[in-house]
Design a protein around this ligand. Structure first.
Ligand SMILES: NC(=O)c1ccc[n+]([C@@H]2O[C@H](COP(=O)([O-])OP(=O)(O)OC[C@H]3O[C@@H](n4cnc5c(N)ncnc54)[C@H](OP(=O)(O)O)[C@@H]3O)[C@@H](O)[C@H]2O)c1
Length: 232
């Protein structure tokens, strides 16, 4: 999409492999921070999607500093919905990443996205591997399609820096039970389920819908059912 808009694309990750698709691939580790200056040379716009279970705050700080040195004119960063609401270690690191972007002298755009369909699929697949599926009561999600996310990121990257823009969520809200049941139906599988209660502050926040964006969000086009029909 970005190439179609006439841009040259350089992809940074820890493993660079030339895929012969006209994209330049460079290897660098955001957590190490070296090689970022070379990777960002002559780059005008950065779309920051790299991340992992740990250290997104550290990696993002390294990227932001390198982007400042390189004179990048727009940094687009993907974050997670409710990043400032849920007391989860991963969310704390993502919030630190957001803060690094917000404090940067590089003009920025941050979009918080809901869980991708691929993530929901991995979650229900793991649940369905157990002989009895544990179903945390009151936990709901608004899964969004990665293609909707990609399209929105391109739109933001081609636009002007916009600060924190509306969250991006999927078209429907599902309980975790509904996500799992739709998956099982699509697979033609049956599982017994057992309701469980997520304890503590995290459980309370999920049951209160603290992870959801019910108003003011940008809404993706593809549903969980559409995704399952394509992938199962
Ligand atoms: N998945 C979701 O449901 C979801 C929802 C909302 C927001 N997000 C955010 O969207 C972004 C992408 O998520 P994803 O699920 O698509 O992640 P992913 O599939 O795990 O991809 C992460 C990418 O980051 C690269 N990467 C990881 N650590 C790196 C490092 N230290 N240095 C350089 N590159 C590194 C990986 O490539 P290499 O392994 O080759 O380095 C990989 O290409 C993340 O910021 C995530 O927080 C995800």
């Amino acid at each position: 999409m970005v190439q179609n808009a006439g841009w040259k694309v350089r992809v940074l990750s820890r493993r660079a492999q030339d895929r012969g698709d006209g994209v330049e691939y460079v290897a660098a580790d955001l957590l190490q921070g070296d090689r970022l200056d070379a990777a960002l040379q002559a780059v005008e716009v950065v779309i920051h999607l790299a991340g992992g279970p740990k250290g997104d705050d550290v990696g993002t700080r390294n990227l932001v500093r390198a982007a400042e040195r390189a004179g990048v004119r727009h940094l687009v960063h993907i974050s997670v919905t409710a990043v400032d609401q849920l007391p989860l270690t991963y969310f704390r690191s993502k919030l630190g990443a957001e803060q690094a972007v917000r404090e940067s002298s590089v003009p920025w755009t941050v979009v918080r996205a809901a869980q991708f369909h691929d993530f929901a699929l991995k979650t229900v697949q793991a649940m369905a591997k157990l002989p009895v599926m544990p179903l945390p009561g009151g936990v709901r999600f608004q899964p969004v399609d990665a293609r909707d996310v990609a399209e929105r990121l391109v739109e933001l990257a081609l636009g002007e820096p916009a600060g924190l823009v509306p969250d991006l969520v999927g078209p429907k809200v599902y309980s975790l039970g509904e996500l799992a049941r739709n998956y099982l139906r699509a697979k033609g599988k049956h599982r017994l389920s057992m309701p469980i209660r997520v304890p503590g502050k995290v459980g309370k926040a999920y049951r209160a819908g603290g992870n959801l964006t019910l108003t003011g969000a940008t809404i993706g086009t593809r549903t969980w059912e559409d995704f399952l029909a394509e992938h199962i």
